[in-house]
Design a protein around this ligand. Structure first.
Ligand SMILES: Cc1cc2nc3c(=O)[nH]c(=O)nc-3n(C[C@H](O)[C@H](O)[C@H](O)COP(=O)(O)OP(=O)(O)OC[C@H]3O[C@@H](n4cnc5c(N)ncnc54)[C@H](O)[C@@H]3O)c2cc1C
Length: 527
């Protein structure tokens, strides 16, 4: 039996596949000049992955025969991730690079034993959480290996323990976010980590790729939530995090966070948890321009108080209505830039914080829009990826990219990305929002919509390379929360510099001397 869960050719629950509202299709035809025939995926049964090579090392003896799968469907479902090029390729029937087998360990010890055998037999290992990587984190460059396995961690899905005194919980890596949240909610707590990929991404993937959720203003980034973790490597087990903070040398937790499977497999994560909020309320604000909105959200980020959710769309994103996917198509021609503020906390604290935020935003030119825009954003907060599939179906390419920079440099970064995308992809629509804020700077999240046209994967690859150059030249980081994978590796090397890259390679060589862990991902010069 194949492993079946997420839609193989797109996003999420196949039952929830969306069709594009006619009003939106019309808007796109008008804006992008899309006249293409509908571009439906090929049939799954028609896809032929490359022949599966036998995997040496008798991994069945470690995990059990039923937990080593080599059927075509399971292999296809573990091929690459969920970026738009990934989807275009798999929809077109291209399963090149499919793993030779999918292995499902059930414990830390099984993971460790699988890694030892793979190192001995030179089998490349791709740790596989929710499979939602958008940066090629699941697409290793594994030529020259005896075989490649996807190490699917879904069986490691327990809440191992909860410490109510310290307010921490230890979670296994294969727990998908909704189940992790449910298990914590049952005991009166929340993790507060709600990325747009919430419905499918896993705890291990959040740690491995330094994820950031939509409520990061209130709950922090995932890496800030991590108090401890365990990493199984081909050289043994690394444990980090004896205390919440420590002055005992460099923080080894930080070496593991963001390591994207290149050093080993995270087999548990201890996270800080919060009491379930008694109150949740969301609202909208309108600013005359993006720059005035940026000034206002900066004031909140620097001088407080901070809402739990804080996002600001630019003029184009506001006009298209992307901040409210469920109402998409109700085109907003009123102008301005929509900000969404959300407040989660105790019934005693939220009204006070909300009133103070209101005073700040009003004094900086914001016009209160009531709760409807905020509630509408909450309703649609996980819908956009379904919309992407609907766009792909009608011949539109929709993709996102993100960066971060200091406040003093943010408008330069914004302009550089927009100009480059508009130059590389004429007739596209480029939208942006400030997605995460810090006292010193913020993250910018761009969405690009363009006609697929001829050779969309190659066109996007070239445009993405140009925009990645522009990000680095404008002083931004190549990723604020999607990670590095294979796609961003060369630009990460420019950020880290030659000595930084050499340090990473030295760590990798010590933990993974045979180079079997996700070769080519993250660390330049591998693969
Ligand atoms: C539609 C969409 C929306 C998204 N929205 C957001 C968002 O709002 N915020 C955000 O931060 N990201 C977002 N992402 C990106 C992605 O969801 C995150 O990077 C997430 O952290 C990946 O988790 P995952 O469990 O799916 O990991 P995977 O995709 O399975 O893996 C990601 C990387 O980590 C490695 N890995 C996975 N598990 C482990 C482990 N246990 N040990 C070691 N290495 C491991 C993999 O080998 C891979 O390199 C989005 C992606 C999509 C497709």
């Amino acid at each position: 039996m194949p492993i079946v869960d997420m839609l193989w050719s797109g996003w999420g629950d196949p039952e929830r596949a969306e069709r594009l509202p006619e009003s939106v299709a019309g808007l796109l035809r008008e804006l992008l000049g899309v006249h293409a025939e509908p571009a439906q995926p090929v049939k799954l049964a028609e896809i032929e992955p490359p022949p599966a090579r036998p995997v040496p090392g008798a991994l069945e003896d470690v995990v059990g025969e039923e937990h080593v799968r080599a059927d075509a469907e399971t292999r296809i479902r573990h091929t690459r991730g969920k970026s738009t090029p990934d989807l275009l390729r798999i929809r077109g029937g291209d399963a090149g690079g499919a793993p030779d087998a999918v292995v499902l360990p059930g414990s830390h010890d099984e993971v460790a034993a699988v890694l030892a055998r793979c190192a001995e037999h030179r089998v490349a290992v791709v740790p596989f959480g929710g499979g939602t990587s958008v940066v090629g984190g699941l697409a290793p460059e594994a030529g020259g290996y005896a075989a490649v396995i996807a190490l699917d961690l879904r069986r490691l899905d327990r809440l191992v323990g909860l410490d109510p005194v310290s307010r921490t919980a230890t979670l296994e890596p294969g727990l998908r976010a909704p189940r992790a949240e449910r298990l914590l909610n049952e005991q009166g707590y929340t993790l507060g980590h709600f990325p747009q990929s919430f419905e499918w991404a896993s705890i291990g993937g959040f740690a491995a790729a330094r994820s950031s959720g939509q409520a990061s203003a209130g709950y922090g980034r995932f890496d800030e939530m991590v108090a401890g973790l365990t990493l199984a490597t081909p050289s043994g087990t690394l444990e980090a995090g004896r205390a919440p903070k420590s002055a005992a040398g460099p923080d080894l937790r930080q070496l593991v966070l963001g390591s994207e499977g290149a050093f080993g497999v995270i087999t548990d994560v201890t996270v800080r948890i919060r009491p379930l909020p008694e109150t949740r309320v969301y609202e909208g604000w309108l600013f005359p321009s993006f720059s005035e909105g940026v000034t206002a959200v900066r004031a909140l980020a620097q001088d407080g108080p901070l809402p739990t959710v804080l996002r600001l769309s630019d003029e184009t994103e506001t006009m298209i209505g992307l901040a409210r996917p469920d109402e998409l198509g109700e085109r907003n021609d009123a102008g301005g830039c929509l900000a969404v503020c959300g407040y989660e906390g105790t019934a005693a604290e939220v009204p006070d914080r909300r009133a103070k935020v209101r005073a700040v935003l009003t004094s900086l030119g914001g016009a209160y829009q009531g709760e409807e825009p905020g509630e509408s954003w909450v309703r649609g907060r996980f819908s956009a990826p379904y919309l992407r599939d609907a766009l792909l179906d009608v011949g539109v390419l929709a993709e996102t990219l993100e960066t971060a920079g200091f406040w003093s440099n943010l408008s330069r970064l914004y302009d550089a990305v927009r100009l480059t995308l508009s130059r590389e992809l004429p007739s596209s629509v480029v939208m942006c929002h400030v997605s995460h804020v810090y006292p010193a700077g913020a993250s910018l999240y761009f969405t690009v919509v363009t006609a697929q046209g001829e050779r969309p994967v190659e066109r996007w690859r070239d445009a993405k390379a140009a925009v990645s150059d522009a990000i680095i030249e404008a002083g931004g980081t190549i990723s604020h929360h999607h990670g590095v994978g294979v796609d961003h590796r060369d630009w990460y090397a420019r950020e880290a510099g030659p000595l930084g890259v050499a340090v990473l390679r030295a760590v990798k060589d010590r933990l993974d001397p045979e180079g079997i862990m996700n070769p080519g991902v993250l660390i330049p010069g591998e693969g």
